[in-house]
Design a protein around this ligand. Structure first.
Ligand code: ZN
Length: 502
């Protein structure tokens, strides 16, 4: 059995190497590559991806996994070997059930859709992308059909790259409960005078913003010996190995919040990847549990830590020293209110902590309805306006800032694309609560710019396990139960109740 396991590990390491090599090419494409390289780079990435896919679905791998199954079942569920076989099987199943012709057709279709979306969005022409989106919906349904499911969105949500272990029957009631709590909270907050965030909208030189961001992420625990930061128009985190997890950021010289919180967000993702157990290197156990748990980590650092008063008690005097002309006369309280301003807005990516989830839940519900057939693509723009009015009290005057605003549906499936953001928010509060219960000193440490206890707790309880458990399994182990919205709602009510005198 040990020989077979070693053979599986060797094969998985080769697959991971091909994948990581493709990631390097992808990173370079987004950071340094001149435009002339685009066509060849697309081909190069496709070749490596295809080789990895072929290796994964090779009949030998299926035979190895079958032979190892009884062995895996004889081991404790949380053993590394059982975890490796389990995760490898999930990857194998997903890749081998979907015919290669389908995958090729889907990639061709999304490549074409993306180009049409890029042209249609600026001119607000939904009719132009509509037939493409209708085909995406057909293909998404077809994808689901390769699997057994309770709800048609489940196979899309449960993809190994999305949120394995999560289903519509888990998510729907949670989101419904959250929406019931959030809609009145947003109404109560927006009935109050808006926070003044003019202090964030001044001129802040790029270099100083960059250096300050680096100081912050070093301090919270991002290891620059095993990472680096570069500029990219759409910030992302990418992992080549546990020893090389890179982030990107963008800097807006006229808005301080963009680089600052974007950097902290990506560092949160990267610290998670850096925290995988070193001996998971080269195996599919390295990395994060799921998109949702990943978001819980980026948001924990960005929001629960990075938008807290305690955090800024330490960092604000330092920020004032970097930008004395802009901030010397702005108090900590004014700054704190500015970075936590709540407002009704049209765009998900610009939404604050309180309204953000309403944007996400709308998309999740529409994905489910589209897949079920209870909503047609042609009715989507109208449905979008109606739901925005009901939830946020604001409706987009056009489709550019409505149904066409996010890239997701124009470059991937319809289904499983959005839930991770809100699942992440919900879990971030559950995890943070558990950390504070174990170590009440964390809050005091944050005010002194010390993050070691929190970082250590996250490594021990979450990061080190990498991909070994699903999100429900991880939660069970860390907080002793399933996903619950109460800690998140409590956090929002406390913080914004104080800020807006509710
Ligand atoms: Zn993120």
């Amino acid at each position: 059995m040990e020989n077979k396991l070693a053979e599986l590990e060797t094969r998985l390491a080769e697959i991971k190497d091909l994948e990581s090599a493709a990631y390097v090419l992808h990173w370079d494409q987004n950071v340094y590559m001149p435009p002339g390289g685009a066509a060849a780079r697309g081909r190069q990435i496709a070749t490596l991806t295809r080789l990895g896919h072929e290796k994964m679905v090779a009949p030998d791998v299926g035979r190895l996994l079958d032979a190892l199954q009884p062995y895996a079942e004889s081991l404790p569920y949380d053993s590394d070997e059982a975890g490796l076989i389990r995760v490898a099987r999930r990857l194998y199943e997903e890749k081998s059930r979907v015919p290669p012709q389908f995958t090729a057709e889907f990639y061709d279709h999304t490549a074409a859709t993306l180009e049409v979306w890029k042209e249609a969005r600026p001119v607000d022409d939904f009719a132009k992308v509509r037939p493409y989106l209708e085909k995406t919906l057909d293909l998404s349904r077809q994808y689901a059909g390769y699997f057994d499911y309770e709800h048609i969105a489940d196979p899309l949500i449960g993809r190994p790259t999305q949120d394995p272990g999560m289903t519509v029957s888990i998510i729907r009631p949670l989101f419904a409960e959250l929406r019931d709590q959030l809609v009145p909270l947003v109404q109560a907050i927006t009935a109050k005078p808006p926070a003044d965030d003019a202090c964030l909208h001044q001129h802040f030189a790029e270099e100083e913003q960059w250096d300050f961001g680096i100081e912050v992420i070093k301090r919270v625990g991002y290891d620059l010996e095993r990472g680096r930061q570069d500029k990219a128009p759409h910030p992302f985190t990418i992992e080549f190995s546990i020893g090389d997890v890179r982030i990107t950021t963008r800097v807006d010289e006229h808005y301080l919040g963009s680089a600052l919180f974007g950097t902290l967000h990506e560092a949160g993702h990267a610290m998670y990847e850096q925290g995988s157990r070193a001996d998971f290197e080269g195996t599919p156990l390295a990395g994060g549990t799921s998109m949702g748990v990943h978001e819980s980590q980026s948001r924990l650092w960005e929001n629960l830590v990075g938008r807290s008063r305690g955090f800024w008690r330490h960092f604000y005097p330092k920020l004032q020293a970097v930008f004395p002309d802009q901030l010397a006369n702005v108090t900590l309280d004014t700054f704190y209110r500015a970075i936590n301003k709540v407002e009704r807005s049209l765009l998900r990516v610009e939404a604050d902590e309180v309204t953000y989830n309403l944007h996400v839940m709308l998309r999740f519900d529409f994905e489910c309805q589209l897949l079920e057939g209870s909503l047609a693509v042609r009715d989507l723009p109208e449905a979008w306006r109606a739901r925005m009015s009901a939830d946020l009290g604001i409706a987009p005057p056009n489709d550019r800032d409505g149904v066409m605003q996010d890239i997701h549906w124009y470059t991937d499936y319809i289904g499983g694309m959005f839930q991770c953001y809100t699942l992440g928010n919900i879990m971030s509060a559950q995890f943070f609560d558990a950390a504070l219960q174990a170590h009440p000193e964390i809050e005091g440490e944050m005010e002194n710019g010390e993050f070691g206890t929190l970082h250590r707790w996250l490594i021990d309880n979450i990061y080190q396990h990498g991909h070994k458990f699903t999100a429900p399994e991880l939660l069970e182990g860390v907080v002793g139960g399933p996903m619950r919205i109460a800690p998140y709602i409590h956090y929002l009510r406390e913080k914004y109740g104080e800020l807006y005198e509710l």
